[in-house]
Design a binder for this molecule. Structure first.
Ligand code: NAP
Ligand code: GLV
Length: 306
């Protein structure tokens, strides 16, 4: 009955110490320095290596160290293995603030004035017109983002798989209402999980339905976006600009055209970063529930992929 932490690309010393403090009786190991793979029942994972999953004969639970679970190979895990993810108030607040700040920056032309300042060029303009924002995905992050934008006076639409009933949000659901949801939007925010149904959803067809000054904000996953379609839509003035926080290849390769595109803002996957101080308690609670065969918090439905 032990825990394995397999989180690549960051220093996990503080996380390991906090987890051990929360689970004093439990042996906690860190990949790849694991003594006995047969003892591992609970894995905390983020960007875990593919070869890990076949080496865990007694695995019971995989906990994602984030809201997304696309890095966990749901299809190859035995059906007895349960998967959970992070749901955290702070994560939702951070995401909503990231989106609001970029919507306002575009509306108030921050990027344009910053560029003008470098040229000592004085050119006052009205703010960008149009206040309809569409949010793809009305889950934990999408709902909080929709609510913050509506409180700031934006007219908010939301789209999900199953129909929602949210105050101050015009709700749409499913493929049948996709076009209606998108038509004429001034801002589109992607907050969908990455699944076979959502991969490539930010494409030429979507760009053709929104306003030609529309700002695209992708804060979900890089694979939601068809990169060539975005570059084409921006260059043909079919779309206003894009803010991208997530990419198919991360870090974004140095030679990638997004870095220097005048209509693209790049941020390094920071819209809502898991805060170990606020999530250790739910991870420890799930590990205890796993060992005691009790119900887990924030289960992922493996058959639907999120
Ligand atoms: P969530 O609570 O699972 O919500 C997902 C939403 O997407 C739900 O409303 C769901 O509809 C909808 N959806 C799923 N498949 C759909 C489909 N085929 N058609 C229409 N709607 C669909 O997820 P979340 O916690 O809000 O997180 C969303 C994503 O944000 C994560 O998966 C992750 O990729 C990304 N993320 C990014 C960052 C960052 O820093 N950039 C940080 C955290 C998370 P139903 O409500 O009907 O099920
Ligand atoms: C970050 O991208 C997350 O899924 O939590």
């Amino acid at each position: 009955m032990s825990v394995l932490v397999s989180i690549t690309g960051r220093n996990n010393d503080k996380l390991m110490a906090k987890l051990q403090e929360a689970l004093p009786e439990t042996k906690i190991e860190q990949w790849p320095n694991c003594e006995n793979m047969e003892d591992i029942e609970f894995v905390l994972a983020w960007n875990a290596p593919d070869e890990l999953w076949q080496q865990l004969p007694n695995l019971k639970v995989v906990q994602s160290y984030g809201a997304g679970v696309d890095g966990i190979p749901l299809a190859i895990l035995p059906s007895s293995v349960k998967v959970t993810r992070i749901v955290d108030q702070q994560l939702s607040v951070d995401m909503a603030e990231y989106v609001l700040s970029h919507v306002l920056a575009y509306k108030l032309r921050h990027r344009e004035y910053t560029s003008n300042q470098t040229e000592r060029y004085w050119k006052p303009r009205r703010s960008v017109a149009g206040d309809s924002v569409g949010i793809l995905g009305l889950g934990e992050l999408g709902c909080r983002t929709a609510s913050l934008l509506s409180r700031h006076g934006f007219s908010v639409r939301g789209w999900s798989r199953t129909l929602k009933d949210l105050s101050n949000v015009e709700c749409y659901a499913g493929e049948a209402q996709f076009e209606q949801f998108l038509t004429g939007l001034d801002y589109v925010v992607c907050l969908l999980p990455l699944t076979s149904a959502t991969q490539g959803i930010l494409n030429a067809q979507l760009f053709s339905l929104v306003s030609s000054e529309c700002l695209l904000i992708n804060v979900a996953r890089g694979q939601h976006l068809v990169e060539a379609d975005l570059l084409n839509a921006l260059d043909e003035n079919e779309l206003g600009a894009a803010v991208l926080d997530v990419f198919t290849t991360e870090p974004l390769p140095e030679a990638h055209p997004f870095w220097k595109h005048p209509k693209i803002t790049v941020t390094p996957h920071v819209a809502a970063v898991t805060n170990l101080d606020t999530v250790v308690a739910q991870i420890a609670a799930n590990a205890r529930a796993c060992f005691a065969n009790q119900a887990l918090q924030n289960r992922v439905m493996q058959d639907r992929g999120y």
